[in-house]
Design a protein around this ligand. Sequence first.
Ligand code: ASP
Ligand code: MG
Length: 482
Amino acid sequence: MSGVQQPSRFEQDDQIVVMKFGGTSVEDSAAIKRLIQIVTRQQGIQPVVVVSALAGVTDQLLEAGRSASAGHLGSALNSVRNIYVRHEQIADSLLTGSAYAELERALRTDFQALESLLQEVETSRALDSTRQDQLLGFGECFSSRLVTAALCEAGCKAAHVDARSCIITDARHGQAGPLWDVTNRKIQEAVGSLLQAANVPVLGGFIASTADGVPTTLGRGGSDFSAAILAAALGALRIQIWTDVDGVMTTDPKLCSDARVIRKMSFDEAAELAHFGAKVLHPATLAPAMRENIPVHVLNSRNPEGEGTVIVARASRESRGVSAITAKRNVAAVEISAPQGVDSALLGKLFAVFDEHSCHVDVMGASLGRVSLLVGSTAALPEIAAKLRDHADVRWENHRALVCLVGENIRRDAEVASRVFATVADLDVRVLCQGASDRTISFLVEESKAQESVQRLHRVFFPNAEPVRDWGGISSAFCQAG
Ligand code: ASP
Ligand code: MG
């Protein structure tokens, strides 16, 4: 391949770095060329590469499966042919001679298997979860083979490892959980031996299998989880999550153009951000990294020189103060008053009724005869209110937004809270939320005031913010995307 510099050598006793590339970081030949540069430029470490399916492919496979199960085999086959052509064209532009022919042969075999699977789905008119896992896994099988071949072509000693042979899970199809002992052992055997020989192992994320070899998946977005599983099993130095934004941002750039990259944050802060509506990479998927104290770097493959965000087990002392501001829109505030007082029997009843209606609640506070809750949708509230009529009076206000400030220990710092309220006092702030954690301060405002609240608070807590550069994806996602 032209234009790719001489790859560096990886030594067998260097420390391991697991590098995960999301769908947008492998979406076309330009993206894969960037990946090659990023992998081969690393110095003094041993990379292990984990890739998602090409952007959009998992959704297209799911759609094809649904079409086939509805009896529309023609349209299902048509869309998998488009997926095939897309991979083939990328292979054509990145590979030459026998490397191209070899990959082409492998892809063709896999595509034939995919077509027969769709035929079976059409015949049985059912896409059960076992077949669905088998179907969706093809995306990562294709992308990992393609990336392995492209790395080899660029002179890197890359070796493909089928993740289904080393990540072994239970049979909860669609959301399988690893069987840790056997998984760790198999990873150490399969990946460890390649590293010993100074190879660069390349694996598809998201895919795994049961002990009997039945394909499973780790849940949508599961490639991050694969990276964390591998890193923990191999005792990696760090994980790099390569995506298409510059890192985790102080706020949604769509709400506030001054948003900038957070340099360092804790897993707990990332969890709060996810809970309060930011599209941050989900920290639950990084649990193995957190357990082993492996830092996770969120980096932009379109801007590899950027510092990105590092997520660490414990935030450093100087990371006190506000890290990020989020706004969760479209929430409703529910006030439940019970003249006889709020006791455990009433709370039990409340949660049972909300649960029955699959209405997820966030508790905001409880006082003598009152409970305040937040819900994402008001659809079920009339029925819920009717069911609780004999016990409590249920009222609600919708079109609210929950604005939340996240930062280690911010609740212990009285000054933060007073600055927050001085900043937004005139915006008709309704309720101060009593979450359980010391890491958040949140309040409700009219939805129409959400943006103004975020902008004002950002100015106060992140003064002199230099606007982030726009790298294409940045304005479309608060945090991590592909
Ligand atoms: N390709 C899978 C998905 O779209 C897994 C991932 O990308 O993390 O959910
Ligand atoms: Mg993802």
